[in-house]
Design a protein around this ligand. Structure first.
Ligand code: SF4
Length: 436
């Protein structure tokens, strides 16, 4: 039986898909590409924006165009938050909760045994808010991606007013230290050279067990093998001095921090119910920049949040101008059902949101170029990805401080951590040359 998985959204969702694939392969299912005809399609959805909702629904249609008789599973955050609505989507057979994803192989096996497409859509969804044990399984492949995404924590205890994720993933719960170290060692043994630690609120790992995230990172870098660790998005108030010191002192951890900002205006941060203010955010960035040479800094920013006056937006624009960001993810605010902010008056017109998004996108383009220019004629370690650049056939990858690299070289360099010299700017990339 052939199964194809379609993943939308964050790295945590990508890890979830990798876990489901591992279990399906163990049960004898053959994993095929999402553009191929399959007996079953597993759509791991996202609901962070209206656009991700639309893409999730479209994935159902696309799957049924490939095989109208296929069994279609709808899981992930869209399914978790709107099970009834999902079940009403034409052609769907199973709606599966986020906390039930590891049941996928058993459920598919039972369903496919006497498979005949029917009008009835089954919903399998346990209460994600109930206290639960969270254990991940070792994963050996990530849909052709060169890096391994290892989920160490899920859920969140914050109440950001714009966020749907917290309702779709439940309370913050950590995986067990021993299990994480074992899963990472398995990924290293499976020849993954870069381990990206991920979670819904990554830095809160250990808060439910009286441990610290930095102590976990300390243990991970002791593991034997040729690999490096990259942190995915981490909130400012969870970055302690131990973590900054570890990143500064250890080549095994990438000098890269992605620290969501969302807004640079205190009044807006309050309405967003973020757990920090502008001054606290700046203090964290200064601590990191002063300790970690050439650190790559990224952030998420929302423009057009309800009540964002010109002055409030200017506070955000100015903060971004002042801090040494090298890239940004800029989102235009869209109200999300079931969030507190959905009841706020969405009073920023679409053209203003667009204009503000354009201003920040242009600003970060200049700052990103400045950051890449500063890196020229230096040496950095890059992980060469398995896929060549579709446009120019060159090898590509990222430095530890997250500069996108393009270089000429033979296939044996793929999936290797190699030292290169950064030579010249080429669009969003830096042309590199393998150190001889
Ligand atoms: S920290 Fe805020 S934005 Fe992030 S998952 Fe938690 S509630 Fe959502």
């Amino acid at each position: 039986m052939k199964v194809a998985c379609i993943t939308l959204g964050c790295r945590t969702n990508q890890h979830d898909t990798a876990e489901m694939q591992t279990l399906l392969e163990k049960e004898g299912f053959v994993m095929v590409n999402q553009r191929e005809k399959a007996d079953a399609y597993v759509i791991n959805t996202c609901t962070v924006t209206q656009k991700s909702d639309t893409s999730s629904r479209q994935a159902v249609k696309k799957s049924l165009e490939l095989n109208p008789d296929a069994l279609v599973v709808f899981t992930g955050c869209y399914a978790q938050l709107n099970p009834e609505e999902a079940a009403a989507l034409p052609g769907l057979d199973l709606v599966l909760g986020n906390a039930d994803k590891l049941e996928i192989a058993k459920l598919l096996k039972a369903k496919l045994r006497l498979w005949k497409k029917s009008e009835i859509t089954e919903i399998v969804m346990s209460d994600i808010h109930k206290k639960r044990i969270f254990r991940t399984i070792p994963v050996k492949s990530f849909q052709g991606i060169t890096k391994a995404f290892i989920k160490v924590q899920t859920g969140c205890n914050e109440k950001c007013s714009f966020c749907t994720v917290v309702r779709a993933r439940g309370k913050s719960v950590s995986d067990n230290r021993g299990n994480i170290l074992n899963n990472i060692q398995e990924a290293i043994n499976a020849d993954f050279k870069e381990i990206t630690l991920t979670g819904i609120n990554l830095g809160t790992w250990g808060m439910d067990t009286g441990e610290t995230f930095s102590s976990l990172v300390q243990d991970i870098i002791q593991l034997p093998g040729d690999f490096r660790v990259r942190l995915s998005s981490i909130n400012p108030m969870e970055i302690d001095n131990d973590l900054i010191r570890l990143i500064a002192e250890t080549e095994k951890i990438c000098s890269h921090l992605h620290i969501p900002l969302q807004s640079g205006d205190n009044k807006i941060l309050k309405q967003m119910r973020r757990n920090y203010n502008r001054e606290q955010y700046i203090e964290v960035i200064h601590r990191a920049v002063n300790a970690i040479p050439n650190v790559g800094l990224g952030a998420d920013v929302i423009v057009g949040f309800p009540g964002e006056t010109d002055a409030a937006f200017e506070n955000t624009r100015k903060l971004i101008e002042e801090l040494p960001f090298s890239y940004l993810h800029v989102f235009s605010y869209s109200p999300r059902r079931g969030t507190e902010a959905n009841d706020y008056k969405d009073d920023i017109p679409g053209n203003i949101k667009k204009e503000r998004n354009k201003i920040l996108t242009q600003l970060i383009k200049e700052k990103g170029l400045e950051f890449r220019n500063k890196s020229l004629n230096t040496i950095a370690t890059v992980l060469i990805e398995n896929q060549r650049d579709k446009n120019n056939g060159k090898l590509k990858g990222h430095t530890d401080n997250y500069i996108p690299i393009s270089l000429d070289g033979p296939d044996p360099l793929k999936n290797c951590l190699i030292p290169i010299t950064l030579q010249n700017i080429s669009g969003n990339f830096v042309e590199g040359c393998v150190l001889s």
